[in-house]
Design a protein around this ligand. Structure first.
Ligand code: ZN
Length: 199
């Protein structure tokens, strides 16, 4: 089992372009986990092709239970059920929601385009974070340009998703309150390759 803290140390290697695992280690991990998985960490991340948690955190088979949706939003029964499975059956100890720099889903919401079909729905989910970002920047007397709004909205969206998970899945809140499940907001910087924990 590997903790998120340990994974962040591996991310330092990834960001620095240092070596990955020997494929023999990956093979060993695969063989060890044939009969079952016992991941300690569940990560909810964006589907963006540049932000695969297993790659950024140099995770081997069996180490991370991953859920990915555009904009790392959580709403549908499938996503909620998948989180419940991780928490109640796999008994993960850490639940990480990871947003990322230049997120396309959040960008589309900031730009407020007229998306059709299901995308429209996704943008409605992210919109509260964009509104809150504008308000926060205004309060702080910061410039309301697209870049500032976007970067702030990405972070607020992560916090909103963490809140939503606790509201929609009472068991998550219960375990978090008891200190048995850590809820971790995180952010991935495409430029530096680093994953950080948000304050
Ligand atoms: Zn994204």
């Amino acid at each position: 089992m590997v903790s998120f803290e340990e994974l962040l140390k591996r991310n330092e290697k990834y960001a620095g372009g240092e070596g990955c695992f020997d494929l023999k280690e990956v093979k060993a991990a695969r063989e060890e986990t044939v009969k079952g998985q016992h991941p300690e960490v569940c990560i909810i991340a964006c589907s963006d092709s540049r932000v695969a948690p297993e790659t950024l955190l140099l995770a081997k088979p069996g180490e991370i239970f991953t859920i990915r949706t555009a904009g790392n939003v959580v709403d549908g029964e499938e996503t909620l059920a998948t989180i419940e499975y991780a928490v109640e059956h796999l008994k993960v100890k850490e639940l990480v929601v990871m947003g990322h720099m230049s997120c396309g889903a959040v960008t589309a919401t900031v730009e407020g385009g007229n998306e059709e079909g299901h995308l429209k729905y996704l943008m409605e989910k992210i919109k509260p974070a964009v509104d809150e970002a504008r308000n926060a920047l205004e309060r702080e007397g910061k410039e309301l340009n697209k870049e500032n709004i976007l970067e702030r909205a990405i972070r607020i969206n992560v916090m909103n998703v963490i809140n939503e998970i606790q509201t929609r899945i009472p068991k998550v809140k219960e375990l978090a309150d008891k200190g048995e499940l850590k809820l971790i907001p995180a952010y991935y910087n495409l430029e530096t390759g680093k994953v950080i924990i948000l304050e």
